[in-house]
Design a protein. Structure first.
Length: 622
């Protein structure tokens, strides 16, 4: 192809592309023009400065945009907080309102479109001072559009009184009930959220009458007066602290749930102009909740009585101070309110996150155990060295620490912390400093002990709590006496009453190979025994080392001796687990029996049930 032909082809291609672009652009401009032609008003949302909504059978709601751009109610009064999002969406919907089609109709035809008694009358005012009034009637047969009519308005492409079709979606944006136009939340909060909460119960006539009937004195209060004020504040680090009626560490979880509930509590069933507050238990109210959000002004809500609906949906009547409306919130708030002045106080011995623990150093009497949390392997005993760890026991111990709570707070330094009965020190994965829990001396004349929480607050524990905290090294050890996986077992040897019984599993089923010429009634009997051996735990350590005199425990003439041969893979050498030696019953508890194991030195107590399992298996040998 010659250069001249190439140039000609390029020019043609450019011309075709340019033509196609102009065609697409023309079509797009046509579509835009067509859409613009449907637009009823030449407005932007910011041009809308006032709105009035009159739904059929409902009171009128109206609002105006202030100099700061925020909407505020003007009807029924300016003391209702506006939901800024919904008011702005109405302004946007009005500015973008489209007329899908104009219907020629006379004034006598309005009834067939539902416009003689409209479901919505919508008025708006613009910055220019113009007034727009629209009425909306019934839905047209396809349920896609709604009939409307422009009563008055500037610059519209349709004449006043004409019947229009507007989309159901746009109508929905304008058809807003008052409950949607008002702020839904109990409190109007800034970006900081709640930073302080006060709560106080209020002495009511019912309480006074009840106290009088019981012949008891009132707590020095008159009807309508507050009891003790409970106040909590969030410090610079975001940690809640009790500041009234005393200064103390606060339970972060309890307060977190309480604050979340009141921060996101929403209202319903509004009574904007209540006639008598006593009808709602608000004259006087039952309680007061006051919140602070950053540097804003305090906001107070008064709590009344429950709705008398008699079902699970019944709510709690509340009223904001300085605002006339009474409304209902969910009763979940009542479940979280403090019942006593110290209800929010931190009572737990261990207040940190368990997942953040790095080490636990436990000391009690002769017991001295150091546990370390390995991210890959879990908890392990690093002192005394060489001990396998019982992961479940460590987890249960941490759960106990999280659950135990102080009984009282005597004040003062306490006693017995120089040489504590129990000392537990914690280090953490992050850079926070170590903390300690201590159990000190017994209180005089009371079955309680001084204790110190990990935040160094002195509290008390009862005798049962202290016993639960008092552990020995055996608590944290792995208590398995036979380390085996049942599926890997290939041979079981049981010596009982001078006879050795050997069971093997050559092709997946257990058979008896000794004594010779014996048969096994059921393979499952041996399988159950292997399962029992694999899960056998020592209940208690009797002696840490092998005793010089085995006869004291019946281990010189055992009731049974068990060995299990295991092999994990075909190319792996078989190994023998055991022997497990079972001796005589414990004199203190016949349901426990002495045992020793090759896995660890010493003498232990196990459940009698393992001997019963062995005997049941041997009964199946014929």
């Amino acid at each position: 192809m010659s250069p001249k032909s190439t140039v000609v082809l390029l020019v043609v291609l450019v011309a075709l592309c340019a033509g196609y672009w102009l065609m697409v652009r023309s079509e797009e401009q046509g579509r835009v023009a067509q859409e613009e032609a449907k637009r009823l008003f030449a407005l932007t949302p910011d041009d809308v400065v006032a709105v009035e909504v009159a739904q059929v059978g409902m009171p009128v709601s109206a609002g105006r945009r202030g100099p700061d751009g925020l909407w505020a109610f003007t009807k029924p009064h300016g003391e209702i907080e506006a939901n800024q999002v919904v008011w702005e969406r109405m302004a946007i919907a009005l500015a973008e309102l489209d007329n899908q089609r104009t219907i020629e109709a006379s004034a006598t035809d309005l009834a067939q479109y539902g416009l003689d008694d409209p479901v919505l009358r919508f008025l708006a005012e613009t910055k220019a001072g113009d007034v727009i009034e629209l009425i909306f009637g019934s839905v047209e047969p396809t349920q896609t559009y709604r009939y409307a009519s422009l009563v008055r308005g500037p610059g519209s492409m349709v004449k006043a009184g004409a019947v229009l079709l507007v989309s159901a979606e746009q109508f929905h944006e304008l058809d807003r009930a008052r409950n949607l136009l008002r702020s839904p939340y109990l409190f109007a909060l800034g970006p900081e959220g709640i930073t302080r909460v006060e709560f106080a119960r209020i002495w009511t006539p019912e309480q006074a009458e009840s106290a009088k009937e019981r012949g008891s004195d009132t707590p020095g209060l008159k009807v309508g007066e507050e009891s003790v004020v409970v106040a909590i504040e969030k410090d610079a680090e975001g940690v809640w602290q009790m500041v009234s009626p005393f200064k103390a560490a606060a339970n972060q979880e309890l307060i977190g749930e309480f604050v979340k509930e009141i921060q996101y509590a929403t209202g319903r069933n509004y009574i904007d102009e209540p006639e008598d507050l006593s009808d709602y238990g608000l004259d006087p109210p039952r309680a007061r909740v006051t919140v602070l959000s950053g540097s804003s002004e305090k906001q107070t809500a008064y709590l009344g009585m429950l709705e008398s609906t008699g079902d699970a949906s019944a709510g709690l009547f509340v009223k904001r101070a300085k605002l006339p409306a009474v409304f209902v919130v969910d009763t979940q708030m009542l479940m979280l309110l403090p019942n006593t002045p110290d209800a929010f106080r931190e009572r737990r011995l261990f207040t940190q996150q368990a997942t953040n623990l790095q080490t636990i150093h436990y000391v009690s009497g002769e017991t001295d155990v150091m546990l370390e949390n390995d991210p890959g392997a879990g908890w392990r005993i690093v002192r005394p060295a060489g001990e396998e760890t019982d992961q479940i026991a460590v987890s249960n111990f941490i759960a106990l620490l999280k659950a135990l709570e102080g009984r009282s707070f005597p004040g003062g330094p306490g006693a017995g912390f120089t040489k504590p009965r129990v000392a537990i020190e914690f280090t953490f994965r992050d850079e926070r400093p170590p903390t300690r829990i201590l159990v000190g001396a017994k209180l005089p004349d009371v079955d309680e002990y001084y204790a110190r929480q990990d935040n160094e607050t002195v509290t008390t524990l009862n005798e049962l709590d202290v016993r639960a905290l008092t552990k020995d090294a055996f608590t944290f050890r792995n208590k398995k006496l036979m380390a085996l996986t049942p599926a890997e077992a290939s041979r079981v040897s049981v010596v009982a009453e001078g006879t050795e019984y050997v069971f093997e599993r050559p092709r997946g089923k257990w058979v008896v190979t000794a004594p010779a010429e014996k048969t096994l009634a059921s393979s499952s009997d041996v399988a159950l025994l292997v399962d029992a051996l694999a899960s056998l735990n020592a209940l208690e350590v009797v002696e840490e080392t092998a005793p010089a005199d085995l006869s004291a425990y019946g281990l010189d003439a055992p009731v049974a001796t068990v060995r299990v041969t295991v092999k994990a893979a075909e190319d792996e050498e078989a190994r023998v687990v055991g022997p497990l030696v079972l001796g005589s019953p414990s004199p203190a508890n016949a349901q426990r029996r002495y045992a020793s194991s090759a896995r660890r030195a010493g003498v232990y107590l196990v459940e009698q049930a393992i001997v019963d399992d062995i005997r049941e298996t041997l009964k199946a040998v014929n």
